[in-house]
Design a binder for this molecule. Structure first.
Ligand code: SF4
Ligand code: SF4
Length: 374
């Protein structure tokens, strides 16, 4: 069992979140996701996302100083070691290296995760080099998570722009060169979203990640504000297809187990609790604070705005508590699959008893398995 100070703090915060969830007492501490949307602008035209069609994207109001000061002035956010950037395409921000440097210099954040479409090769390398050159001596890390849904034309078709795969491929090669210099400070991974258009290509994607010796993450397409087409019924069909495919069965065992876990959980989703707003927080480009990405189009889920109030005041406010009550009854549930991470949402809830029982039985008893999550 991996015991370190971050895990212990995470465990304590998880218990306190449970107590807050059940009784309303105390303050929840986000142990899951702290996600900042840096921009809604995007240079791709993906089939499963219409963020680029938004007629009046919000201004990118979150500058480097504001983000770093919001985190460093917050007792709550300072307890989270990881922050994630999303978009749109985060590297379209001209000041992204300044944002990273300010966060590393002024806050307790140890790791920044950036979700990118990987198309702006030169800018990505230039921005990262700038940050790593200055901060590589300290214990800070950057993880670049590149969206890749298929090899060659498959990826180009899904992403709506010809030549996208080649550009992503070139970015990955250059990132690997950079990693050779900054071994401990940079990690690289791809994230593939399983959908009808690539259901025959997931194995090649996995192979691509293995060949390049980079992390392979995967998710299943979900229904979000920016993707009105898909439904949970569609997801269920996809999951069944994925599990049934012999090619996928030949991949690592845990991929199949995770897909089965999603399917099981998806059937039970109405009974599952959502911990968004307790374990997770999402920053909109205009400074609005929401419990999760998927509710960020609903004004009734807005907790406050960091241009008007400091984060802790917002997080502890009566309004934030009212939003948390709405989260408990959120009707998006089935479509968002609890933020696309229903299994981890359940795992967070049960992690204390899970780890304790696993430890006491030397790994023989697995609570998640016992509860039927996989
Ligand atoms: S999925 Fe990502 S890369 Fe594609 S349009 Fe949406 S924000 Fe842009
Ligand atoms: S059910 Fe989904 S959309 Fe609703 S609050 Fe939870 S994660 Fe957000």
């Amino acid at each position: 069992m991996n015991i370190n100070i971050d895990n212990i703090i995470r465990a304590i915060n998880t218990v306190s979140n449970w107590i807050n969830y059940l009784t309303g007492a105390g303050t929840p501490y986000p142990v899951g996701y702290n996600i900042i949307c840096l921009t809604k602008r995007c240079n791709l035209r993906c089939k499963m996302c219409n963020i680029w069609q938004e007629s009046s994207p919000n201004v990118d109001a979150l500058n480097a100083r504001l983000i770093a000061e919001t985190i460093s002035n917050s007792h709550i956010l300072q307890r989270m070691p990881i922050v994630s950037f999303t978009g749109g395409e985060p590297f379209l921000r001209t000041d992204i290296s300044e944002i990273m440097r300010e966060i590393f210099n002024k806050t307790n954040i140890k790791k920044i995760v950036i979700a990118t479409n990987g198309v702006l090769t030169n800018k990505i390398i230039k921005d990262l080099t700038e940050v790593l050159n200055k901060d590589s001596s300290v214990d800070k890390r950057i993880h670049i998570q590149i969206s890749l849904d298929g090899i060659g034309d498959v990826h180009d078709r899904i992403r709506g722009v010809k030549g996208t795969f080649e550009r992503v491929n070139s970015t990955i090669k250059k990132l690997k060169d950079l990693k050779a210099i900054y071994k401990n400070s940079l990690t690289i991974g791809i994230l593939g979203i399983y959908q009808f258009e690539n259901k025959n290509d997931f194995k090649s994607l996995y192979q691509y990640a293995s060949d390049n010796n980079i992390d392979f993450g995967y998710g299943i397409i979900i229904n979000t504000e920016y993707n009105k087409v898909e439904t949970s019924e569609y997801n269920r069909d996809l999951l069944k297809t994925a599990i049934a495919r012999t090619g996928l069965n030949g991949l690592e065992k845990n991929i199949k187990e995770t897909l089965e876990g999603w399917l099981t959980a998806e059937q039970k989703i109405e009974k599952m609790q959502c911990f968004a707003g307790y374990n997770s927080v999402f920053w909109e480009t205009n400074g609005d604070i929401y419990p999760c990405h998927n509710s960020s189009h609903l004004s009734s889920f807005k907790m406050g705005n960091i241009l008007e109030n400091d984060f802790d005041t917002i997080w502890k406010s009566r309004n934030a508590n009212l939003v948390r009550q709405k989260v408990k009854n959120c009707t998006i549930k089935g479509d968002c699959m609890l933020g696309g991470c229903n299994i981890s949402s359940q795992k967070v809830q049960y992690c204390i008893p899970h780890y304790l029982l696993k430890f006491l039985t030397a790994g023989r008893f697995d609570l998640y398995k016992h509860l039927g999550y996989y």
